[in-house]
Design a protein around this ligand. Structure first.
Ligand code: COA
Length: 253
């Protein structure tokens, strides 16, 4: 029997719904998943019948971030590979169509930083946001060192990016990381309804308005993404990071 796709995609009533589908691994993102997501976002963005994109996770969480084994393999590969995760972030950055993230359970690492490139975030009551980069010997990525303080304020950004503290859904709402909090059972329906209402509006006007809102900081975001990229690559090779990755991979052995 064919393996189920790791990214489920459907389009209905002008809404493209992309779902991370690796629930047994808490939707941890592999290189192949990022590549597929990039292709699906690009395809949806080019489709003139699509007025909004919804991004969600199958199972009990959104995503626990980059697959740790993938991180380790990337470092061990003698031929340097571009980061498929950051390619995906660039695809989101360049996406003209509004993107709505529907987050339940854990949103760790890039699971939180990708939200800064979405236009709306609907959180389920169970949502937990964490960016434990420092604890892993890493540093912020996906332009989050610029976007996080901009969106949630420097104080809250320090709690997330330096202390690696977890935010629950209500705190995330209070600091503007998310637009609204709903019960878990209502999450997808709420995000899809929001997407359908966007898709019903004049498309050119929605796309133009999104572009205008992002214009002021677009160059800064791109610059930060590039600046962080090299630092993050270096930190991945560091002893602190290798020790932290090994600790996770060797748990319970
Ligand atoms: N990369 C690779 N595998 C992951 C993963 C990740 N980011 N997150 C979860 N998984 C896997 C686990 O290894 C486990 O696989 P197994 O059943 O084959 O052992 C499975 O998903 C279920 O996760 P588990 O760790 O058993 O669940 P838990 O509830 O005990 O713990 C977390 C959940 C999120 C606390 C823990 O999985 C974790 O710390 N993950 C890493 C998060 C992270 O650091 N991400 C990178 C940020 S930059």
């Amino acid at each position: 029997m064919a393996e189920p796709s790791l990214i489920l995609a459907s389009t209905e009533q002008g809404v493209s719904h992309l779902q991370l589908n690796r629930p047994d691994k808490k939707n941890a993102l592999t290189e192949a998943m990022y590549n597929e997501l990039s292709a699906k976002v690009r395809e949806a963005d080019r489709d003139e019948t699509v007025g909004a994109i919804v991004l969600s996770g199958a199972g009990d969480c959104f995503t626990t971030g980059n697959d740790i084994l993938d991180f380790r393999e990337r470092v061990q590969d003698p031929a340097p590979r571009p980061s498929a995760g950051l390619d995906f972030i660039e695809q989101l950055m360049n996406c003209e169509t509004p993107v709505i993230a529907a987050v339940k359970g854990l949103a760790i690492g890039i699971g939180t930083t990708l939200l800064m490139h979405c236009d709306f975030v609907v959180a389920a009551r169970s949502a937990i946001f964490r960016t434990p980069f420092v604890d892993l010997g890493l540093c912020p990525e996906a332009a989050s060192s610029f976007l996080m303080p901009l969106m949630v304020g420097y104080r809250k950004a320090s709690e997330l990016l330096l202390l690696g503290e977890a935010l629950d859904a209500d705190t995330a709402l209070r600091c503007d990381l998310v637009n609204r909090v709903v019960e878990d059972e209502a999450l997808e329906a709420t995000a899809l309804e929001m997407a359908r209402s966007l898709a019903a509006k004049p498309r050119e006007s929605v796309l133009l308005s999104k572009a205008l809102m992002r214009r002021a900081w677009a160059a800064r975001v791109k610059d930060t993404l590039e600046f962080e990229r090299d630092h993050f690559g270096e930190r991945l090779k560091s002893e602190d990071c290798q020790t932290a990755l090994a600790r996770f991979l060797e748990r319970g052995k």
